[in-house]
Design a protein. Structure first.
Length: 108
């Protein structure tokens, strides 16, 4: 479900950024970044962040829907991890034209 830079649309970028525009989701994202590609179980995330499981489930669903997270089931547990490629593409979309106007504005 990871979009490439050429497939990134403003709606995809807005969805990803909006998913991070909440204190709990931002904390969750940062915790999962630290866990790397192996991720962490939803139960352990709820315990470590002090977030009720139902609330955490809502936030995880929103972040996964925005493409920021992947999930996998291991027995009775669901593990979530950051989709680093998608996050890289978001960053690339935002900085794709970075400084493009600097060269033309400095030559007046």
């Amino acid at each position: 479900m990871t979009a490439t830079l050429s497939e990134m649309t403003p709606a995809t970028v807005i969805s990803g950024l909006a998913a991070l525009a909440h204190e709990t989701r931002l904390a969750l994202f940062r915790a999962l970044v630290r866990k790397g590609s192996t991720g962490e179980s939803a139960g352990e995330l709820a315990r470590s962040l002090g977030v009720p499981p139902q609330t955490l489930s809502f936030h995880l669903k929103e972040m996964a829907r925005a493409g920021l997270l992947t999930s996998r089931r291991e027995g009775r547990h669901i593990f979530y991890a950051v989709d680093f490629e998608h996050v890289r593409q978001l960053g690339a979309y935002l900085t794709d034209s970075c400084c493009a106007d600097e060269s033309s504005s400095g030559s007046q």
